[in-house]
Design a protein around this ligand. Structure first.
Ligand code: M6R
Length: 352
């Protein structure tokens, strides 16, 4: 419920005379323009943020991006150039794997920029620049508002890079920023519809496992939805880009098997609808996340988590994930799990 306010806070005063202001980067326009490669390094939910950030930086700033789990990067040789920017994304700012990776990238000559929630955290202290997501303390172990706030911070970074190297002009930046400004209202609308998540949670009552599917930026929404469900309800869940279903996961489907399909009104809508049809043909029970007015999905699926129309496709992950967070919470409650303090998990993982 705190997410809309967190996003509004983050966007406040960001639009300056020359597009997005991101002084925290502590880099000159020329240095920003020279960046020719970005490494995004993170763990868990923050890693999912990096996957979306990659799409935005590549699409807008035309800079190649490598996303790495910090725990993996620490045991391989990164391909660093003279102008590589390393972005670490870490809610707590204390994740040991991420800090180790940041130190290594710094030693290799990269500028390190941190996106974090915690003031004065190790990530903030050790980086060349820090952007605070200002989401406020996140009490529950599972990351929710930090996920969406980190995603917005990454979008601002992508816009700043695009403006610096001339891939985007100020008008385009303002257009994308205007889309971001709609996010708090869109999230509030989803929160108002939480009864839909409560209702859909019944599908998982006797389930042993679930499959999450999405395409493009929403394959990441599927990954994050599955992680949330696993973390707080202890229900096994896997996520795949929907087109991969036929390459293996389809074997899981049997009558009653829950499939969560993220199928907004976007350029791959028809393809994802086909995946829903294939799932239903095998007896699966599909819970869809779809855009208001989608009659095809309404006809196919009994349980639909409706989202209001979004101004651009890349905005959908910020809005759709709120449904999946709520869904995970209702499933967890129904299974008698402690939503705020799931077993075996710590808020910040300070060991490698
Ligand atoms: O504090 P960080 O963002 O660095 O934490 C990374 C992961 O440990 C964290 O996102 C974890 O996956 C959460 N439990 C997700 O809900």
């Amino acid at each position: 419920a705190e997410q809309p306010a967190a996003i509004s806070r983050l966007l406040k005063d960001r639009l300056g005379k020359h597009g997005v202001e991101l002084d925290e980067l502590s880099m000159s326009n020329d240095d920003l323009a020279a960046i020719d490669r970005v490494y995004m390094v993170a763990c868990g939910t923050s890693y999912h943020v990096s996957l979306i950030a990659r799409e935005l930086v590549q699409d807008w700033a035309k800079i190649p991006v490598f996303c790495e789990y910090a725990s993996e990067l620490n045991y391989k040789e990164p391909l660093v150039t003279d102008h590589t920017l390393c972005v670490i994304i870490t809610q707590s700012g204390e994740t040991a794997d991420t800090l180790t990776a940041a130190r290594r990238m710094k030693a290799l000559g990269c500028k390190v920029f941190a996106i974090t929630n915690v003031l004065g955290s190790s990530a903030a202290r050790e980086s060349d620049g820090t952007m605070y997501i200002q989401a406020g303390p996140e009490v529950c172990v599972a990351s929710t508002k930090a996920y969406t706030a980190q995603m917005v911070a990454s979008a601002l970074l992508a816009l700043r890079l695009a403006l610096a190297n001339g891939s985007m002009d100020e008008d385009e930046v303002r257009g994308h920023f205007a889309s971001l400004e709609q996010v708090p209202g869109l999230m509030e609308e989803v929160i108002r519809r939480r009864w839909q998540d409560k209702q859909a949670a019944r599908v998982f009552r006797n389930a042993k496992s679930a499959l999450f599917l999405g395409r493009g930026v929403n394959s990441t929404t599927a990954y994050e939805g599955a992680l949330k469900l696993k973390e707080i309800s202890y229900l096994h869940a896997e996520a795949y880009p929907a087109g991969e279903m036929k390459h293996g996961p389809i074997a899981l489907l049997e009558p009653g098997f829950p499939v969560v399909a993220i199928v907004p009104a976007d350029h791959v809508h028809d393809k994802t609808v086909s995946n829903i049809e294939e799932s239903i043909a095998r007896g699966a029970t599909v819970v869809a996340v779809a855009t208001d007015g989608d009659e095809r999905v309404a006809k196919l699926c009994e349980n639909v988590l409706w989202i209001p129309p979004c101004p651009e496709e890349w905005i959908v992950p910020l809005v759709a994930v709120v449904h999946l967070q709520l869904l995970a919470r209702y499933v967890a409650r129904a299974r008698g799990c402690d939503v705020d303090k799931p077993r075996n998990l710590a808020k910040s993982v300070t060991v490698e």
